[in-house]
Write a protein that binds this ligand. Structure first.
Ligand code: DP6
Length: 322
């Protein structure tokens, strides 16, 4: 083992969402999901050995309790007897605002641990270890498009992520080169709130699975959207990609609202931004959105429409996924 590990992992946003666990301890999902990375936005983590206790820092300061305890609990999975860690995490995205910072966080941490312990695991293996920290972290080992196979095994050994193009190749689906690098695809972040979400993803998923009648239709919708998105990516069909992603997000949020007690991550501003997107689309702009378990929107559009999007949403933060 070395004395230090350091790694970066990108945030990712799901175009077909992971919502529902078949096993909570191993974060095994009900459905397969598909995401696109946020390129340079994500988490950089340094991990070293420490004396007496774990020391967890977030953005240069001692981490808040919720963050430190979740990190230490994860480290317990790998901790040799009597060993402690110093972990320094820096996000260039807001933590806990539904911008998938737990995803990039656990992916960066597991990559840094791989160096520290000199495991030399491959990305698939690392994706399964990241999954134990947070489900969406499974997909954050890769840039660009990633798929997370739900798998069927009880031990989760078939529940890993890989690049979409690997998956398309395996399934012998002919694909445009853009499945690796879709250069003119843009993601725009519209931040509504930086606050931590009132109900965490795990609790939100469990509540939805247990109480929402609409959740019964979710696995089927997710499976169809997942196939549709792979087809859209293989064909570089942007309208199909955007439509499927937006519809998938709204279907997921509908299952939550039909839960009891009801679960709604939206703020009034979320809804007005959604309406603005719909209006822009009616006026002919190819613009779509997706929303995770939070109030913020992520816009999907092509580079040629960047100026139009900026004009409509002056505060949009535009990122290239590749
Ligand atoms: C709505 O990965 O945060 O963003 O596995 O409990 O840590 P845990 O959940 P998490 O859930 C993400 C939910 C989502 C959809 C997605 O990213 O696929």
């Amino acid at each position: 083992a070395g004395t230090r590990g350091e790694a970066f992992a990108p945030a990712n946003i799901a175009l077909c969402k992971y919502w529902g666990k078949r096993n909570e301890e191993l974060n095994l999902p009900v459905n397969s999901s598909l995401s696109v990375s946020l390129g340079k936005l994500g988490t950089r983590t340094i991990v070293k050995f420490a004396k007496n206790a774990d020391r967890i820092y977030l953005n240069g300061k001692p981490a808040p309790e919720y963050f430190a305890s979740r990190t230490s609990a994860y480290l317990d999975l790998f901790r040799p007897e009597g060993v402690f860690f110093e972990v320094r995490t820096k996000n260039n995205i807001p933590t806990g605002a539904g911008l998938a910072s737990s995803a990039s966080g656990f992916a960066a941490l597991v990559k840094a641990l791989d160096q520290l312990f000199d495991w030399r695991f491959n990305p698939r293996e690392l994706s399964m270890l990241a999954r134990l920290g947070s489900g969406s972290a499974t997909r954050s080992l890769y840039g660009g498009f990633a798929v997370w196979h739900a798998g069927q095994r009880a031990d989760g050994m078939d529940s890993y992520a890989e690049c979409v193009y690997e998956d398309l190749k395996d399934k012998k689906i002919p694909a445009q080169p853009s499945c690796k690098v879709w250069k003119n695809l843009c993601v725009g972040i519209l931040e509504v709130s930086k606050a931590r979400k009132p109900v965490g993803s795990t609790d939100g998923m469990n509540r939805t699975r247990e109480t929402s009648e609409l959740y019964n239709s979710w696995p089927h919708q997710a499976a169809c959207d997942y196939d549709e998105l792979r087809t859209a990516i293989a064909a570089e069909d942007f309208p199909m990609l955007g439509k499927t992603a937006e519809n998938n997000a709204l279907a997921m949020h509908s299952t939550m609202m039909a839960a009891w007690p009801p679960l709604c991550y939206w703020k009034p501003q979320t809804v007005s931004l959604m309406n603005k997107v719909w209006k822009a689309r009616e006026d002919g702009l190819e613009l779509f959105f997706t929303i995770d378990a939070g109030p913020n929107l992520k816009l999907l559009f092509l580079k040629k429409n960047q100026a139009a999007v900026k004009k409509l949403f002056p505060k949009v933060q535009i990122v290239s996924p590749f």
